[in-house]
Design a protein around this ligand. Structure first.
Ligand code: HEM
Length: 181
């Protein structure tokens, strides 16, 4: 990934990956929270959707990392000093916590096994071990809640830049308007 002082925004694929990731993380978390509100007979289908959307997010995450390591370009940071350090730590933690949540999600499914919409049978390596399954599920949930809290703090910081400091930060993570010829 290259910093480019000439550049006002993140490159287009990075922007698409960012907002796709944000939407999928929020959707997955809301699905998990909705379990208690749903009738029992809908719950298996909801978790099948959760596993499918989680798999899409794993693919988006891998593609984003490949893009980041190969061709991504970005503007130089808007912050300096301590704020720049805080920004770097937050962004690094967001990537790390997201990876942790996704890996724990994969292990969660691999442990219990799953019948995905009655179409695909995913075999489990410990379907009878309830305490192991409960423990993996607990860690997955903890990582997901931590990710949501960190993402919320990150969003509040972005909105603070945009509306209090009025430095146009959000524009850096949004598409350039079409030029009229
Ligand atoms: C689950 C939700 C989210 C996740 C996981 C997430 C993650 C990230 C990450 C990892 C970066 C750094 C990208 C890089 O430099 O490689 C970033 C940048 C950014 N995010 Fe988010 N984000 C989320 C939601 C949001 C929301 C809701 C907003 C706005 C309200 C937002 C605004 C921004 C902006 C403006 C930047 C660029 C900051 C800069 O110029 O350095 N993000 N985000």
């Amino acid at each position: 990934m290259q910093h480019n002082p000439e550049q006002a925004r993140y490159d287009r694929p990075s922007i698409v990956f960012h907002w796709l990731t944000a939407a999928l993380v929020l959707l997955l978390w809301l699905m998990a929270q909705s379990e208690a509100l749903l009738p029992r007979e809908w719950r298996h289908g909801m978790w099948s959707f959760h596993i499918t959307a989680g798999t899409v997010l794993v693919l988006v995450y891998c593609a984003r990392l490949l893009w980041l390591m190969s061709s991504a370009t970005r503007p130089v940071s808007i912050n300096a000093g301590v704020l720049r350090l805080a920004e770097r730590i937050t962004h690094g933690l967001l990537y790390a916590l997201l990876a942790t949540t996704l890996v724990l999600g994969i292990v969660n499914v691999a442990a219990r096994g799953w019948d995905l919409f009655g179409i695909v049978q995913i075999p489990g390596f410990a379907p009878e071990d309830r305490s192991l399954r409960r423990s993996i599920n607990g860690w997955h949930e903890l990582a997901a809640n931590g990710l949501l809290i960190l993402a919320a703090a990150h969003a509040v910081a972005a909105l603070y830049h945009q509306f209090v400091r009025r430095d146009g930060l959000l524009r850096r993570m949004w598409f350039a308007p079409q030029e009229n010829s």
